[in-house]
Design a protein around this ligand. Structure first.
Ligand SMILES: [Zn+2]
Length: 124
């Protein structure tokens, strides 16, 4: 893989973070940060500024469900066991997320597939 030379274009460097569930890297600000607080709680860090060991999950419910099904994914990154209370917190947060997979939605736009197979209705 060749690195783009820095003098072409003035694009700002976007810090990427890896999702503990799906392993994809995304811009940090698109991710939801989970932090292990100094007193050992695992909480959702909505400001992204809480101190403590952090892990990132996509804002996609499928990723959250994966973590809820296998909390070790998160526990391994945070180097702690995810307590039941923390899991409940995560589950409640996941409920608020859109159920569509953002990754899949983005891909279909990107591909720009033709709508040829779509049946046109109301053709007067
Ligand atoms: Zn993910």
């Amino acid at each position: 893989m060749r690195r783009m030379s820095s003098n072409t274009g003035k694009k700002k460097h976007v810090p990427l973070r890896r999702c503990v569930a799906c392993g994809r890297s995304r811009p940090k600000r698109e991710m939801i940060r989970i932090v292990r607080t100094p007193d050992g709680n695992v909480v959702i860090d909505e400001t992204g500024k809480a101190s403590g060991r952090g892990a990132y999950i996509c804002p996609s419910r499928s990723c959250w469900e994966k973590v809820l099904q296998d909390p070790r994914l998160l526990g391994r990154t945070l180097k702690t066991n995810i307590s039941l209370a923390s899991l409940e917190l995560l589950a409640a947060y996941a409920e608020r997320l859109p159920s569509v997979d953002v990754e899949a939605a983005g891909r279909s736009i990107e591909k720009g597939r033709s709508n040829e197979d779509r049946v046109v209705q109301g053709n007067e």
